[in-house]
Design a protein around this ligand. Sequence first.
Ligand SMILES: *Cc1c(COP(=O)(O)O)cnc(C)c1O
Length: 427
Amino acid sequence: MQFENTLTFAQNLDQLDPLNSYRNQFFLPTFFGKNVRYFTGNSLGLQAKSTVKYIQQELDDWAKYGVEAHFHAKNPWFSYHENLTSKIAKIVGGLEKEVVVTHSLTTNLHLLMVSFYQPKGKRTKIICEAKAFPSDQYALESQVKFHGLDLEENLIEIFPREGEHLIREEDILAKIAEVGEELALIMIGGVNYYSGQLFNIEKITKAAHAVGAIAGWDLAHAAGNVQLKLHEWHVDFAAWCSYKYLNSSPGGVSGMFVHEKHANNSDLPRFAGWWGHDKSTRFLMEKGFQPMEGAEGWQLSNAPVVGMAVHLASLDIFDEVGMEKLAAKRDTLTAYLEFIIDTISEKHKEKCTFEIITPRDKKQRGAQLSMLVHGGGKSIFDKLMSKGVVTDWREPNVIRLAPVPLYNSFEDVYYFGKHLEEAIVKN
Ligand SMILES: *Cc1c(COP(=O)(O)O)cnc(C)c1O
């Protein structure tokens, strides 16, 4: 498609967009006095207007039944999390028994590593990506130290090459092969939060397995953003949060995936809680932990139903739309943003340029673009914000932004460009 940097062109694309009406199903922030142009759905997704109805149902049942709502609520709380399972399974490409919604993301990463990071003999090392999200870095660091191992020696970060911004897949594969039988685990962000780079999860997982290691993935920036086939790709475990592309409220419940091949492995060490115990005997409150089969066996606590209700509201929308349609719109919307950024960068190159560091290949990215601001500084970002265009600034000079196919429009992208250009001219 030949893009144009005009309002008419953008509005025309919106009219042709089959997902256009979904924008009306979300609250668009208004803190600027009027609607903002919101490009930070990769940090906190927007609230679906239906959310309140889902929460209200649970509040009403709580008011009416008290504790008896565990069995008498419209959606009994005892099994509330099961309402989410088939929907989230579709989003990540897992079998139903391979996924569960529970706890928060970093908690889940730890619980999964307790089971799947088992350093033994020579096999003690973890490979992760450099510039992993800080919480992941701390989680990995503390897991290595928990086993009494030397951090320097056992946590191997893969960096972009000198002068580059992305991590080359070949470098990951080479490092996996090199560490070989000393490799216990790879734990990588499926989409890197900083660069927006999407890794080839299937290929890297296969490479890890080829040397006898476990492959775990943090999918915080991937779930609801890119199409995933965790079962088919033989991923061992994964976890993600629900509040970025999955629009399920700040700190909202997380999801985890454990491949079927580990479903009945009772030799796996794990930290246990009553919600992971066989549900047919859970309320007998007897001694002796018997894990549920599959991912549910990693649950510790009873479900935070209000948070789950928020998530269910969002998952019902995803279920209706489907990842395929979302991905199709995402590719066009992000390509349009890329075109606008390139056009403006070229036009004003004497003053300020934008270097997109996210891969140009749409198979290696989701919705997000990250760009280095050369010659403009943070005042470009500040000027955008003052016009109600919300993006994300990372020192020293990165702007990250994600047009989200469920609620961002081509018109949003056009206006981003318009305000970006004004910001340069007035800088
Ligand atoms: C957002 C994000 C987190 C946040 O973790 P919480 O436990 O939900 O606070 C962790 N890791 C990655 C890669 C993220 O993108």
